[in-house]
Design a protein around this ligand. Structure first.
Ligand code: 5GP
Length: 190
């Protein structure tokens, strides 16, 4: 997706050869026009696949997921990372190891929003080693729902996430595939 790659080149900050900061348009300040294009791009890839719900994880997955949900005409559920007074009963719970925080946390969604009739698109901002995606897949599996595939805004292809997910038979669609962050430079796969 060229406009996304341009945005990453212009506004992305390489924090290390492992971590890219995109808080100018995705992770803190959000560029709504770009999110709209991202939602459209995900919808183009999964239209006609019978997606009934989108599942993402708070906070940075929400903006691209909502735009994809708008385009596909389906609801969006975000897994919560923190205990909430309003999220108590019938919780689906999984553990996720955070790449950026290097800590394990618990994520949850309410069971009432997913059923065995649902065919789910998983959306997230980044794919690194696939821990967040695997935790979301686990939650969706607990509900008995099936998975249409994953929609990732920025994939770091030098990490193991895609290999892991494809190895388990999941379809992975990434809008920007970063080949390397070496020497402070972002280079893309294609
Ligand atoms: P994974 O679970 O695939 O190892 O990592 C993906 C999750 O970690 C994403 O939900 C994202 O929030 C965070 N993440 C991974 N790599 C990066 C990165 O380079 N930059 C930012 N901003 N977040 C990342």
């Amino acid at each position: 997706m060229d406009i996304l790659k341009d945005k990453i080149r212009k506004e992305g900050i390489v924090l290390s050869d492992q971590v890219l900061k995109v808080d100018a348009f995705l992770n803190h300040q959000i560029d709504p026009r770009l999110m709209k294009e991202i939602g459209h791009a995900f919808a183009e890839r999964y239209r006609g696949d019978g997606v009934t719900k989108i599942v993402t994880i708070e906070a940075s997955g929400i903006a691209p997921a909502v735009m994809a949900g708008l385009e596909l005409g389906v609801p969006v559920i975000f897994a919560r990372k923190f205990q909430s007074l309003t999220l108590k009963n019938d919780l689906l719970i999984s553990k996720v190891f955070s790449f950026t925080k290097q800590t394990e946390s618990t994520i949850a969604i309410s069971a009432k929003h997913l059923s065995a009739d649902d065919h789910v698109l998983v959306v997230d901002d980044f794919l690194a080693n696939g821990h967040a995606a695997k935790a979301l897949i686990d939650l969706i599996g607990q509900a008995g729902s099936s998975i249409a595939g994953l929609g990732i805004v920025i994939e770091k292809s030098f990490q193991d996430g895609r290999t892991l997910l494809e190895g388990e038979g999941y379809r992975v669609e990434s809008l920007a595939r970063v080949k390397s962050l070496a020497d402070g430079q972002v280079t893309f796969l294609d």
